[in-house]
Design a protein. Structure first.
Length: 454
């Protein structure tokens, strides 16, 4: 395989007007289980769309999902690595087309090609490699999560170059988002992140952030999570009054809300600045010596492709875990427990799946349910396991949400505009054996109690 770099793909905003909601009724529970508080769960009346919870044999369901993941992992091999190489070739073909034509007056072909280059390098290559999806299939170690894009600026540039720092992405996404999905400590929980938007912000911000969310939100927020993790490892306390679960935008940084965690200067020097300088100024610079107009055209095309790739990324990423048919949770759960697998499925949504072209355009994020169940598998393994996991869900009556990406966009915007809310999984039906409290959440609760007493 040749080396991947960064880029994004084009997408449409037309589906913002589509607002629809569905609810799934299920059969009633056969036997009641004591709730976490010791009360009989039968005393809690479930909403119609939650009736499936009462009938679920969670341990048996969790075992089947876990066993399928182990089977898929054992079956990974040379075909998975060949498929990765194929997707890298597609990504670099987009890069070649975009870079070879960016000297022309800005045009759709160039902008879309540049956007797809960045998009595929992140969502398909960087994403799955950093999760360890090819640790067992790549004998060279080139696409191992142990060194991919981390450790130096050179590795970042040659492996996966984007607005976010890969080390920060690994903390925010691979650890916090995946193992706290749908909880208050999930940094990507859309419903919580937009809760403080009022007035005109409530309607305008979701659209504005669609065009700039990677550099305006994701870069500073992932870096915030990295810095907090580093502080905790060193035994340092967070600044008084600082809320580690609150989203951190670039504008928040300018307002001083990151004080005591990192400075704006540090964010630009280490995270945002290198990408901006290399991507938009240095990469097209040779064209300036041929004709200044060529350089100007290239810079404009690169800037426009970044906007398009932000929109594309928003449509296929943010929409994975937002909607009034997906669940939120109050408590943490043990990784790879039956509850973990249940949450991975009921707090995620798939898009239309199948075929390399379709999956490439979705950035392979159309297998989000499978990815959250088994984050360490290859792209090809998710396609192979998707119909099998869907069948297991049907067998146990567990909702398996799969809709076209524009329907999911509409439901996400409905959450963003605060027209609808996500479902709350009832505490009375949580499996106590699977519950856990993360150490930093415990420390946060203790700190809030002390500040309340004062």
């Amino acid at each position: 395989c040749s080396r991947p770099t960064a880029g994004f793909a084009a997408a449409s905003l037309a589906a913002l007007a589509v607002l629809c909601c569905r609810s799934a009724g299920r059969r009633p529970r056969r036997t009641a289980r004591p709730s976490r508080g010791g009360e009989d769960a039968s005393r809690f009346r479930l909403a119609e769309h939650d009736q499936w919870i009462a009938a679920l044999d969670l341990p048996a369901f969790g075992k089947e999902v876990h066993d399928l993941g182990q089977q898929l992992k054992a079956e990974q091999g040379e075909r998975d690595q060949e498929h990765l190489c194929k997707m890298i070739t597609w990504s670099q073909t987009c890069a070649f087309v975009g870079l070879a034509t960016m000297w022309l007056a800005p045009n759709a072909v160039t902008i879309i090609a540049l956007s797809l280059w960045t998009h595929s390098a992140w969502t398909m290559i960087g994403h799955h490699v950093c999760h360890g999806g090819y640790n067992r299939t790549d004998p060279s170690g080139r696409y191992s999560s142990r060194g991919f894009a981390i450790g130096s600026l050179a590795r970042r540039v040659t492996d996966w170059f984007d607005w976010m720092l890969p080390e920060a992405w690994n903390v925010e996404h691979n650890q916090l988002h995946h193992y706290r999905l749908g909880e208050n400590s999930d940094p990507d929980l859309v419903e919580r992140n937009v809760a403080n938007w009022t007035g005109w912000e409530r309607f305008l911000n979701p659209i504005l952030y669609m065009c700039m969310w990677k550099w305006a939100y994701y870069a500073p927020n992932t870096y915030k999570e990295l810095k907090i993790a580093e502080m905790r490892r060193k035994g340092k306390s967070l600044p008084e009054g600082f809320d580690p679960q609150a989203p951190m935008t670039l504008f928040d940084c300018f307002d001083g809300k990151a004080e005591g965690i990192f400075s704006v200067h540090e964010l630009f020097v280490r995270v945002i600045g290198p990408y901006f300088l290399c991507r938009f100024l240095l990469m097209p610079l040779p064209l300036a010596f041929i004709n200044p107009a060529f350089y100007t055209n290239a810079v404009i095309s690169l800037l426009l492709s970044d906007i398009v790739s932000n929109i594309h990324g928003f449509i296929v990423i943010v929409t994975n875990h937002a909607g009034d048919d997906l669940y939120r949770f109050e408590r943490g759960c043990k990784p790879k427990s039956p509850t973990f697998y249940l949450r991975a499925i009921t707090s995620s949504a798939n898009f239309n799946t199948g075929g390399d072209a379709n999956d490439f355009m979705h950035g392979w994020l159309n297998y989000q349910i499978e990815h959250h169940c088994w984050p360490e598998l290859s792209m090809l393994a998710y396609r192979k396991g998707q119909p099998k996991l869907k069948a297991i869900c049907a067998k146990y009556g567990v909702p398996y949400v799969q809709e076209d990406v524009f329907t999911r966009l509409a439901k996400t915007m409905s959450i963003g505009w605060q027209f609808s809310t996500m479902r709350k999984y009832p505490l009375a039906y949580e499996r106590s054996e699977d519950e856990m409290i993360w150490s930093e959440e415990k420390a946060l609760n203790e700190r809030l109690e002390r500040e309340t007493i004062r």
